[in-house]
Design a protein around this ligand. Structure first.
Ligand code: UDP
Ligand code: MG
Length: 311
């Protein structure tokens, strides 16, 4: 029988950990598969560490990885996959927005379709701000426009993956990981599962705007070179406009059909416009140089402080 692991990243989740464990284990116990839960404590500064250690001490099916500090959601999920030896894994959030009660349905769908990945698509999202819903909708659509690969829309990291996919995932050397993108990039047989995403059971989001922006820029920079092409196009358009204006005004001066004033307004406008174009393109270039710098340093993606119940 295939072993199933549930991978749960946790950052300051003291308000939900116990409930999350209870609900998830209740679901897993009804399965005939051998099961385990891998919690990754992403450098929480609340009681998350204590609560997880307590659960792991009482239940040997619960494995815990403590990071040395907060590395972020994607590194936490990466550590979960890297340290998973099960045949199947479900990636799920600690806050129960993705109901663990759906796990048997994911397994059934996988068996029926003989799939390697079952990715969960959100039909609706409860308890999220208008801003979050709007930016997230926009993000997935812009990503598809920018990227060379097509991604399923409105899909988070909540998904079921099998050993084949995990083995391929473990070969990825890049440190900036956009996990949902990488998993669809891997290929094999992937099927959608539609569900209603619920509200957080307690606590608040651990994804403030700063983390959302970092997440979106990693996704964009690692999956698309289009920003560079856009920068080139912008430069190209500016040059063409510049040439047309120069020719127009010169001929106008000679033949007297243009009475262009020698003036402050036109000069300022063009300086600001071309200054902006230059800063923008240099900025885009800088972003790519920045990630090259990070990748060349080749620092580890996360540092583990302690592991519990791993043999
Ligand atoms: N998370 C994490 N590290 C972080 C931020 C978040 O491990 O730096 C975890 C968090 O504990 C949760 C999951 O990632 O299990 C998703 O975060 P959250 O629910 O706060 O995001 P939202 O659902 O609001 O987008
Ligand atoms: Mg959440």
């Amino acid at each position: 029988m295939e072993k199933l692991a549930v991978i749960v990243p946790c950052y300051n989740e003291e308000a939900v950990i116990e409930e999350s464990y209870r609900r998830t284990m209740a679901v897993l116990e009804r399965l005939s598969n051998p099961v385990e839960i891998i919690y990754i404590n992403d450098g929480s500064v609340d009681r998350t560490r204590f609560l997880l250690d307590d659960i792991a001490a009482k239940d040997s099916r619960v494995k815990v990885i403590h990071f040395s500090r907060n590395f972020g959601h994607q590194p936490a999920v990466t550590a979960g996959i890297n340290n998973c030896d099960a045949d199947l894994a479900v990636i799920i959030d600690a806050d129960m927005q993705d109901p663990p009660e759906l796990i048997p349905d994911l397994l059934a769908l996988r068996a029926r379709e003989n799939a390697n990945v079952v990715y969960c698509v959100r039909n609706s999202r409860e308890g999220e701000s208008f801003f979050k819903l709007f930016t997230s909708k926009m993000f997935y659509r812009v990503m598809n426009y920018m990227s060379e690969v097509q991604f399923p829309l409105d899909t988070g990291d909540f998904r079921l993956i099998d050993r084949k996919v995990m083995n391929e995932f473990n070969r990825f050397k890049e440190r900036g990981k956009y996990i949902r993108g990488l998993i669809s990039w891997v290929g094999f047989s992937q099927v959608p599962f539609y569900y209603e995403r619920e509200a957080r059971i307690a606590g608040e989001t651990k994804y403030p705007l700063s983390k959302m922006l970092k997440f979106a820029s990693t996704a964009m920079l690692y999956f698309s070179k289009k920003p560079l092409r856009l920068a080139t196009s912008l430069g190209f358009i500016s040059v063409v406009v510049g040439i047309i204006l120069a020719v127009w005004f010169t001929l106008g001066k000679i033949y007297g059909f243009s009475n262009a004033e020698v003036g402050w307004t036109s000069i300022m406008t063009s300086i600001i416009f071309f200054g902006g174009v230059q800063l923008l393109t240099v900025g885009v270039l800088g972003q790519y140089v920045g990630i090259l710098f990070d990748e060349i340093k080749a620092r580890p993606e996360y540092i583990i402080d302690e592991k519990k119940n791993f043999s």
